[in-house]
Ligand binder design. Sequence first.
Ligand SMILES: [Zn+2]
Length: 402
Amino acid sequence: MSAPLHKARPAGQGRALPDTQQGMRRRNLSRVMHTVRDEGPLSRAAVASRIGLTRAAVSTLVDELIRTGLLEELGPERPGRVGRPGSALAVSGRGPAGIGAEVGVDHLAVCAVDLRGEVRARAVRHVANRDRSPEPVLGELTELIHRVVAEAEGEGLWPAGLAVAVPGLVARDARTVVRAPNLGWLDTDLAPLLPAKLPLTVANEANFGALAELWLGEDTPRDFLHVSAEIGIGAAVMVDGRVLHGNRGFAGELGHVPVWPDGPSCACGGRGCLEQYAGEEAVLRAAGLEPGEDRVGLLAGRAEQGDAAVRRALHDAGTALGIALTGAVNLLDPENVVLGGALSGLAPWLLPSLRSELARRTAGPPCPVSVSALGPEGPLLGAAHSVVRGVLDDPAAVAERG
Ligand SMILES: [Zn+2]
């Protein structure tokens, strides 16, 4: 049978399987995978009782998942039980892996995550990408992808797909960067510039950061706002565990919400946008520092030492974030706001003014603001895990390609 490729789809938006016998089989394969991954190791009988299918039906599904390398048997369970000893099943540490990649303004990163959720290979390169054209940047990224894929293959894994996080607006085709102002990219289809063999999903880094928070964070609610920053400020709106994409896929541009309508002009064409007050470069400017590498490290270091100008700049950035978030919180009523990405490293100095501004301005009780434990790793992990989730959600489609 020929192998249908995954159609690109926005990350985290599992497609509904058809309501046919074939669709039912694929749904059941997914239920087995999720059950073993969340609760395993489990015997076939335990899987059957958890998902409410007969032992025979589960055995057929499990055999298929073992044959295609998605599940593995750990050996017989300890003796002494009544009946034929069952073998404990676990998600395979070989088999498909999700390849996540990140294009940052100052760095490129790639990682491979296996079905168990472990990072198995990783490569990072610090490089100034601002105003570099997409070809050389994605050429370097492709080198890193090949290196990570080779390392993963050395451990018995194979790449099931590639997801790329970018600091910009991505069209709903999940491959075209419409605008990435801090890279200087406009209307660029990334697919021809990346390894052709891998099914590709491109998404805004804030969206992948939010998905990482949902999948890997502790007690993350299903309705929350995830705010992250590098030089720009992005947000993802999570509604019932899904990223809100908006009409064109551009939802979440918190950085261009006006904080002060007559403020400084912004690259977007507006004035007084949040980014002009709380973006890394704006904060450095306000603190009288030169933008360079490791901007967050510089700001955090100075703030820790008690530098009054830096603390004042971060306090004001927190206030601006609070004002911009007030609109979002009043409009969307999220359960909480999560600060991720580079912002998480500056949280101790941003949070007091952010929280008080938000509390003062929101209707109803204040919306809690927390800090992501994933920090700057969020978008890269979210990208890789989105591929892994795709495998767990439809193991049959991926097994056919393995
Ligand atoms: Zn703007």
